[in-house]
Design a protein around this ligand. Structure first.
Ligand code: UTP
Length: 410
C-alpha cells in the first residue's frame, strides 16, 4: 500500500502517534519506504481500546453449561469413534495449529514449538504434537491437512525448523503455513513503541485472528477445495494435546453442535483457567479473573460446582458456522506484556518486566458467536500438559513429569 509522508503524518496525528515519524529525516530511502508502508498497513483503532481497558470486556448474564462427562463418553466411545473416523476418512477434518504467539513467559527467542523438552535426547514441542497427530493419520489411513499459523516474528524460523526436520514424518504437502496479522504495541502512556528508527513495535494480534487470517492469506481456499467441514484448532504449547481425536469429533457431530471444546475438571475453584458457561443463553467462556465469588461457589442440580470445566484451547469448529465471523469484530483484549523497544540512544531493549500493552483477539471469544457448543471432558493428566513457563505451574518441568506419567521417554 502506497502512502506519502504527509498522508502518514495525518493518519498518525489523528491518533496522537506523530512521534512514529521522529527519525524519518535520518532514514535512507529504504527505511523511509519501510516506515511509510508500515504506517499505511497499521490499524491504529486498536489504541481506542486503551480508553476502556479498566472496564475489561463486558459480559452478559452467566448461567451454567453442562459438559459431556467421562462416564457418558465412555458409554458411547466406539460409536463416536466410528463417526469421527469416517469424517476424517472422508477428508472433512483439518487441524489448525496456533503457533503465532511469542511465548514471552518461556523466555526463548525461538518459536515455542522448537523448544527441546527432551532430557537424554532431543524432543521438540512441534515433534510431540506431530507424533500425536500421526497416530490418528495411521489409524484412519488418512492424511489430515495441518494448517500452521505463524506470525511475522516467527514465521521464517518455524518454516525453516520444520522443513529441516522433514516435518517429523508428516507429509509436507499436507502442511500449510499462514501468517496472522500484527498489531502495534504501546507503552503505558499509550504511545506506540519503536523497534527501530524505521519500524514500530508490533506483536501478533492474538490467537482469535486465526480464521480471518486464513481467509486473508488465501489458505481458506484450500479448506474449501478439499471440502473440509471441521477445523480442530489447538495451541502449540500443550504437549499432550490430542489432535483430530476421532471420539471428540464423533461426539460433536452426533450432538449436532457447531463447536466442541475439550475441557478438564478444574483442580481448584480458583484455578486459573477459563470455564465454559452460557452467556445470555449462548455458549461462552468466563475467564478466571472474571469469575466472581458467587459463580465460583455456585452448585448445579447434582450439588457439584456449576462452573467446573476449564478449556484447554482445543476446539472443533464447524467451518460453515465461521463465515459470519468474517463480518464481526471480536472484543479486543488489552494485555500487559514485555515489549522490546528502542531507547533514546537507539539501542534495542528487551525488558525483564511488562512495560506496556499489546492488543489481542482471543479464540475463546469465538465460542460466543457459535449457536451451540459441546464441552467434552478429557482426562486431565492424559491430555493437558501446557508449557507456559520455565519452572513451576504449567512449565517445562510440570510437562515433563506429565509426559513421563504417560510413558513418553525423555
Ligand atoms: P498464549 O497466550 O499462552 O501464548 O497463547 P503466548 O502469547 O505465545 O505466550 P506468552 O503469554 O507471551 O508467554 C496460547 C496459544 O495461542 C497462540 C500461541 O502460540 C499458543 O499456541 N497464539 C497466541 C497465537 O497463535 N497468536 C497470538 O497472537 C497469541
Amino acid at each position: 500500500m502506497e502512502i506519502t509522508y504527509t498522508q502518514a503524518r495525518e493518519k498518525l496525528n489523528k491518533c496522537g502517534q506523530e512521534h512514529v515519524l521522529r527519525y524519518y529525516d535520518e532514514l535512507d530511502d529504504a527505511g523511509k519506504t519501510e516506515l511509510l508502508e508500515q504506517v499505511a498497513g497499521t490499524d491504529f483503532s486498536v489504541l481506542d481500546s486503551l480508553k476502556q481497558k479498566d472496564k475489561g470486556v463486558q459480559k452478559g448474564k452467566i448461567t451454567p453449561l453442562g459438559a459431556m462427562e467421562l462416564a457418558e463418553i465412555e458409554k458411547s466411545r466406539e460409536h463416536f469413534c466410528e463417526i469421527g473416523m469416517q469424517a476424517i476418512r472422508e477428508g472433512k477434518v483439518g487441524a489448525v495449529l496456533l503457533a503465532g504467539g511469542m511465548g514471552t513467559r518461556l523466555g526463548s527467542d525461538d518459536p515455542k514449538g522448537v523448544y527441546n523438552i527432551g532430557i537424554t535426547k532431543e524432543i521438540y514441542i512441534f515433534e510431540r504434537l506431530i507424533i500425536n497427530l500421526l497416530e490418528v493419520v495411521r489409524c484412519t489411513d488418512t492424511w489430515i491437512p495441518l494448517f500452521v499459523m505463524t506470525s511475522d516474528k516467527n514465521h521464517d524460523a518455524t518454516v525453516r525448523f520444520l522443513t529441516a526436520h522433514d516435518f517429523f514424518g508428516y507429509k509436507a504437502e499436507y502442511v500449510h503455513f499462514f501468517q496472522q496479522e500484527m498489531a502495534p504495541a504501546a507503552g503505558y502512556d499509550g504511545k506506540i513503541y519503536m523497534e527501530s528508527k524505521s519500524r514500530m513495535s508490533t506483536s501478533p494480534n492474538g490467537n482469535g485472528g486465526w480464521y480471518v487470517s486464513m481467509k486473508n492469506t488465501g489458505v481458506l481456499d484450500i479448506v474449501k477445495k478439499h471440502g473440509i467441514e471441521w477445523l480442530n484448532v489447538f495451541a502449540v504449547d500443550n504437549v499432550l494435546q490430542r489432535i483430530a481425536d476421532p471420539v471428540f469429533i464423533g461426539a460433536v457431530i452426533e450432538k449436532q453442535c457447531t463447536v466442541g471444546a475439550k475441557v478438564v475438571r478444574k483442580n481448584a475453584p480458583d484455578e486459573k483457567v477459563g470455564v465454559m458457561c452460557l452467556e445470555d443463553g449462548r455458549p461462552s467462556i468466563v475467564e478466571y479473573y472474571e469469575l466472581t465469588e458467587e459463580l465460583m461457589n455456585a452448585k448445579n442440580e447434582k450439588g457439584e460446582p456449576a462452573y467446573n470445566f476449564g478449556v484447554i484451547l482445543n476446539y472443533l469448529f464447524k467451518e460453515s458456522a465461521l463465515h459470519e465471523m468474517l463480518k464481526k469484530k471480536l472484543p479486543l483484549h488489552v494485555v500487559e506484556k514485555k515489549i522490546p523497544y528502542m531507547d533514546e540512544a537507539g539501542n534495542l531493549v528487551k525488558p525483564e518486566e511488562p512495560n506496556g500493552y499489546k492488543f489481542e483477539n482471543l479464540v475463546l471469544d469465538m465460542i460466543h458467536e457459535m449457536d451451540s457448543c459441546l464441552p467434552f471432558e478429557v482426562v486431565r493428566n492424559r491430555e493437558f500438559a501446557p508449557i507456559k513457563n520455565k519452572t513451576g505451574v504449567d512449565s517445562v518441568e510440570s510437562a515433563r513429569a506429565l509426559l513421563r506419567e504417560n510413558g513418553v521417554d525423555l
